[in-house]
Design a binder for this molecule. Structure first.
Ligand code: B12
Length: 211
């Protein structure tokens, strides 16, 4: 099993989408759980890509192909993590904030939320405050989740919270935030309801809002 997981890591780090997909298929066929493949294989690989980027060994193109390989593997895992055709436990509007194009973490959060039984409206990346507000209005969401990976874009989280207040929706929806630069302290500072450091804890947090 260790070898299969290592091969997945290599596939992502080399940005080889085809190989990554093949290795993930092998892992699934070998009976390794989707959660384990994600947590032990793909997520550490992306963290390693980040480290190599920080050290100047990887550049944006390497990150892009690694992200594409990761997405290829995630597409295979999605149906295994998501519960279909059950009454949703609640509705979540999710997006990466304005100016920010990072979506791997947000996509994982979406998967885990769906796996926990939520109906998720995924607004994608580069989502401005107005779009979040409109989606909350039209979907009647119980929870809104904002993701930011850049210190320059995390400041758009409080902008959305202000827009929710202006629209008279702040009391109707719980706001949770996450992404690499986000902390519990930052969540409190901007008046969000909660923060989670990873996708499984994000799902647990959202469940705590609807139970
Ligand atoms: C992959 C990547 C990219 C890819 C993104 C591809 C994609 N489709 O997402 C590309 C190449 C496009 C990219 C571009 C850029 N990037 Co970049 N990127 C990364 C990298 C290596 C990994 C991010 C990632 O996917 N991590 C894996 C996922 C699983 O983790 P995660 O996102 O943190 O998500 C988890 C949790 O945070 C949490 N979570 C996430 N969202 C949410 C939401 C909620 C509601 C909750 C509760 C929880 C939650 O759960 C997730 C799953 O467990 C990071 C380095 C790093 N260590 O983070 C840099 C990094 C974020 N990038 C960085 C930079 C500088 C850039 C660029 C500006 C580079 C450039 N010069 O062009 C551009 C900006 C583009 C833009 N406008 O957004 C910097 C940011 C520095 C900073 N402090 O602001 C980092 C930290 C690298 C570095 N050390 O310099 N990047």
């Amino acid at each position: 099993m260790k070898e299969i997981i290592e091969s997945i890591k290599e596939g992502v780090l080399q940005g080889d989408r085809e190989k990554t997909v093949e290795f993930v298929e092998n892992a699934i066929n070998a009976g390794i759980s989707a959660e384990k493949i994600l947590k032990k294989g793909m997520m550490p690989a992306m963290a390693e890509a980040g480290r190599l980027f920080e050290e100047g060994e990887y550049f944006v193109p390497e990150l892009l192909v690694a992200a594409r390989a990761m997405q290829g593997g995630m597409d295979l895992l999605k149906p295994l993590l998501v519960v279909e055709d059950v009454e949703p436990v609640g509705k979540v509007v999710l997006g990466t904030v304005k100016g920010d194009l990072h979506d791997i973490g947000k996509n994982l959060v979406a998967m885990m939320l769906k796996g926990a039984g939520f109906e998720v409206t995924d607004l994608g990346t580069d989502v401005d405050a107005e779009k979040f507000v409109e989606a909350v209005k039209s979907s009647g969401a119980h929870v809104i989740g904002m993701s930011a990976l850049l210190t320059t874009t995390m400041v758009n989280m409080p902008v959305t919270i202000e827009a929710l207040k202006t629209a008279g929706l702040r009391d109707k929806v719980r706001v949770m935030v996450g992404g690499a630069p986000i902390t519990q302290a930052y969540a409190e500072q901007i008046g969000a309801d909660g923060f989670a450091p990873d996708a499984s804890q994000a799902a647990r947090l959202a469940l705590s809002y609807v139970s």
